[in-house]
Unconditional design. Structure first.
Length: 404
């Protein structure tokens, strides 16, 4: 240990003792070696890299390069959730999404204003899905135009029209998904689901857009009955859903097929209408459900990677924290429940989970292991009657350079 300490102190003295000319030489050496500069910058957070574009033309060219952006996204594919965007009343025609920083920072978060004018329409551009740093938006109702954008870089791609081969039964919000995993591919897919009846049989009509080919394709598959697509999530290369028949159904995006797996009896999955959260979290698929709408206790379930069933990760009781937030005189959030789960995020140690909750007019974070509470967002009491955010209309913002 003494030898190691002497070496470390010696290195510190060498660094501190460097002259300005030596520092200049080191900086020049890095600047002239594009490979070394790339290895350094690829480890820098995406938000900082956006600012670093103004350092020099060389840095601007490197950071703006699509290959660098894809490599950066692949290396940092487990970047934490920075903020949430949510709608208090999802069915309002002109409502703009509200945003809240996960860390509780009072900083301005990106908006969708850079999409103004992209589509000539009287409708408001709304968020449909978020997936690993990219956002899927739509504008309109029946067969609306779709836009995939990156809020960090303010870049977007207006997808081409689906075309006449698409199912006319498709309706907005019936099932629009963004499938993107930067650790596996720089390309993304947009999947739209609708139902059709042919020869007394029920089919699922699927439109798939690939950013690799910049085109749509249409397929029809037999309908796995009871799939509420609106409450499905993309995780591990597939779109997952829990049906009313207590069956786990997933649509494998690359194989373009449905796979059904009966759920084990324990822990029992009640039904989709009891689900309080269903989504990915740091590479895991989590499910939160309550036996009754007013229940304040629940288990956080985690899906096995081989889809064989669920394990109980945490047991949570929120009743003790209600005393911290006094009741308002108005009806809040939903008719009976005191809370809604908006998101679940992993802490820096990759082991602890933090719940982001909407509770009595506020958005809070709650670490289920340390029991630490933090208020993130306070809503005006005048708006509480219409405030009904939930995980279904909450979208994660992850800082990313991923090209669109």
């Amino acid at each position: 240990m003494k030898v190691y300490s002497k070496r470390r102190r010696s290195r510190r003295r060498l660094i501190i003792g460097c002259t300005s000319s030596e520092h200049s030489f080191a900086a020049e050496l890095i600047a002239n070696n594009s490979d070394l500069l790339t290895e350094i910058l690829i480890r820098v957070p995406a938000k900082s890299l956006i600012r670093f574009k103004s350092v020099s033309k060389q840095w601007l060219s490197l950071i703006s390069d699509s290959q660098f952006a894809s490599d950066h996204a692949r290396r940092n594919h487990h970047s934490p959730v920075s903020a949430l965007y949510f709608y208090s009343n999802r069915w309002s025609l002109d409502e703009q999404p509200q945003s809240v920083s996960i860390a509780g920072h009072q900083t301005l978060l990106p908006t969708l204003s850079f999409l103004d004018g992209v589509v000539v329409s009287s409708c408001t551009t709304t968020i449909e899905r978020s997936c690993n740093g990219l956002i899927l938006c739509s504008n309109g109702f029946r067969k609306p135009p779709y836009i995939v954008c990156n809020l960090t870089t303010r870049k977007f791609s207006l997808l081409p029209d689906i075309g006449p081969t698409s199912s006319e039964s498709y309706r907005k919000n019936a099932g629009a998904f963004l499938a993107f995993d930067p650790s596996k591919s720089p390309h993304y897919k947009v999947i739209l689901f609708s139902s059709s009846y042919v020869n007394n049989g029920r089919w699922v009509e699927i439109e798939i857009y690939s950013s690799q080919t910049s085109s749509w394709k249409h397929i029809s598959v037999p309908d796995p009955r009871g799939v509420p697509f609106m409450f499905s999530v993309f995780w591990n290369g597939a779109i997952h859903c829990i049906t009313y028949a207590n069956v786990h159904v997933r649509f494998e995006v690359e194989e373009e097929k449905f796979i059904q797996t009966p759920m084990p009896r324990n822990p029992k999955i009640i039904s989709p209408d009891k689900i309080r959260y269903f989504g990915g979290c740091g590479g895991d698929l989590l499910l939160i459900q309550t036996p009754q709408p007013c229940a304040m206790g629940f288990s956080v379930l985690q899906m096995h990677r081989d889809y064989c069933g669920w394990i109980v990760k945490y047991r949570v009781n929120l009743r003790p924290i209600l005393s911290v937030f006094p009741k308002t005189e108005r009806k809040t959030i939903v008719t009976c429940s005191e809370f809604n789960v908006l998101c679940v995020v992993k802490e820096a140690n990759e082991k602890d989970f933090t719940l982001v909750l909407a509770i009595r007019g506020k958005v809070i974070s709650y670490n289920v292991k340390s029991n630490i509470l933090k208020e993130l967002y306070d809503l005006s009491t005048d708006d509480l009657d219409d405030w009904r955010p939930s995980w279904c209309n909450t979208y994660q913002f992850i800082e990313s350079l991923s090209p669109v």
